[in-house]
Design a protein around this ligand. Sequence first.
Ligand SMILES: [Zn+2]
Length: 210
Amino acid sequence: MTESKLREEICWFGKSIYDRGLTAGSSGNISARVDDGWLMTPTNSCLGRLDPATLSKVDEKGAPISGDKPTKEAFLHLSMYGQRPGAGAIVHLHSTHSVAVSVLVDIDHENPIPPLTAYYVMKIGRLALVPYYAPGDLALANAVREVAGRHHAVLLANHGPIVAGKDLETAVYATEELEETAKLYLLLRGQQTKLLTVEQVAELHRRFPA
Ligand SMILES: [Zn+2]
C-alpha cells in the first residue's frame, strides 16, 4: 500500500472508531509502519477529524520527521513495535468496556478475559494486563515491552487496550473484537458460563494459525 493510501485509511478507520463511540474526545491513537518510520495520529487530535496531510511521521527512534506533533503515547506504540517486527499497525483506545475490565480487582493478569467465543480466540488469543502507571510514565512503556513479544493485545490497567496487527485493518478489527468481548464478559459476570475448553482453543489455533 502506498503511503498516501495508508494516510487515508488511518483517517477513515479513525472516523469509523470515533463515530461508533469506541473512543471519546481526543483519546485513542493509531500508528502504521511506512518505509522510513511510522505514521501516528497527532497529539490531542480527535480520531473523528484526522487530516491525512497532517498526520505525524516519526523515525525508528520516535523523532519527528514531518506533520503535527505525535501522540503523547507514541512511546507505547514504539515499545510494542520493538518486540513485534511483523506488526504493521497498532491501535490504542480508551474503549469503555475494555477499560471497565481493566479496573476490576479480581482478574487474572495473565488472562483477564477468558475464551468466550471463537473469534475472540482467533483475533486476540491471550490478552495480557499490565499494571497502572500514569500516562507518559516510561515505566508503562517498559511494562508493555515486557509482555509484547508474547502478546499482540495488551490491556493497560485503568487506561485501555493497545493492539498490534499485521496491517491496519487487522489491528482495528482485533481491537473491536476485544471491546465486544469485554462487553460480553461484563454482561456475563455473576452468571454461570460455559467457556471454550482448552481443547477447543487449541483446535482454533491449529485451524487458524496467527
Ligand atoms: Zn491512552
